[in-house]
Design a protein around this ligand. Structure first.
Ligand code: RIB
Length: 316
């Protein structure tokens, strides 16, 4: 079994401002705190996967500014292989994150270097041949995801696409090329123009996407948990763990990465969902995207404390 992952995607400097509430138009309010933290959906997933115990390569673009070196270090510090990161002239990707008490956030992304992809480097194609799965999101040009998904499919390497960053506008040409498509409930609703408020509605929307060529749907339902909708057979649901939410930034990235780790690790669907729900629950208890990604030991401890001892063999 090949337990390694290649993450192709974005990397950002997350410019955090903690606010008591969002300001209205023309209004100035006093913030509570400000900090720069490492993030970007691709980098978040790469760090999560590495900390959760699989060998992980990250292919991304950094700019030539002062944000680039600490971002690279954040990945390296988490054990991610960074040889496939390229530096381009100009600004690194940035995200302005307004974090409100209670953990909710509003995010504005300025793509910077993440939009500078022209094609996949030959070294990325070579790495694709060596990994157990490839993980994509939607903060780099669609054409790059399309190239990666085509190449992976031709090699028989499973493709997991997180719809995060798409605003629900995932390129339909990607549907048949992707083994697992992972939107949240809002993205699924935009993608299908269907409601996704109840579990029944989520299943109906997932089936509508499958009718358009998508394979397995892995739907993130926020505080309600997550649902796996395979092409054949019944959906599998896992409820969210109840934790003290400090910052939800990167929780979806953590979830999808943890699910990918569990998949290349050969776990069964219910155990994969539980592992991913536990990892993302841990991630919302700390501030920051990359700083909040838990390691495998923390997930195992969390599951044990939440009375899932019987499952632990699955997570070795
Ligand atoms: O998913 C969270 C991420 O979205 C943040 O880290 C930010 O960089 C934006 O890309």
């Amino acid at each position: 079994m090949n337990r390694s992952l290649l993450v192709i995607g974005s990397i950002n400097a997350d410019l955090y401002v903690e606010v008591p509430r969002l300001p209205g138009p023309g209004e100035t309010i006093a913030g509570i705190d400000a900090a720069v933290r490492p993030g970007g959906k691709g980098a978040n997933q790469a760090v999560a996967a590495s900390r959760l115990g699989v060998e992980t390569w990250f292919a991304g673009k950094l700019g030539s500014d002062a944000y680039a070196p600490p971002l690279r270090l954040a990945l390296e510090g988490a054990g991610v292989e960074t040889d496939l990161i390229e530096q381009v002239d100009g600004p690194t990707g940035q995200a302005v994150i307004l974090l409100q008490s209670g953990g909710d956030n509003s995010i504005i992304v300025v793509g910077g270097a993440n939009r500078e992809w022209v094609e996949l480097d030959e070294r990325v194609h070579a790495r694709l041949r060596e990994v157990g799965a490839v993980l994509l999101q939607c903060e780099i040009p669609d054409a790059i995801n399309l190239e990666a998904a085509h190449a992976a499919r031709a090699l028989g390497v499973p493709v997991i696409l997180d719809a995060g960053g798409s605003g629900g506008a995932v390129l339909p040409a990607l549907f048949p090329l992707v083994d697992i498509l992972s939107p949240n409930e809002h993205e699924l609703s935009v993608l299908t123009s269907l409601p996704t408020t109840t579990n029944e509605e989520v299943v109906a929307a997932a089936r509508a996407l499958q009718a358009r060529g998508a394979h397995t749907l892995l739907v993130k339902l926020g505080a309600r948990g997550a649902m796996l909708v395979p092409e054949q057979g019944k959906p599998v649901i896992h409820s969210a763990f109840q934790v003290n939410v400090v910052d939800t930034t990167g929780a979806g990235d953590c979830f999808t990465a943890a699910y990918a780790v569990a998949t290349v690790g050969g776990m069964q669907p219910q155990a994969r969902l539980r592992f991913a729900c536990a990892a993302s629950a841990l991630s919302v208890m700390r501030k920051g995207a990359i700083p909040s990604m838990p390691n495998r030991e923390a997930v195992k401890r969390f599951l044990m404390n939440n009375n899932h001892e019987t499952d632990l063999a699955a997570y070795e």
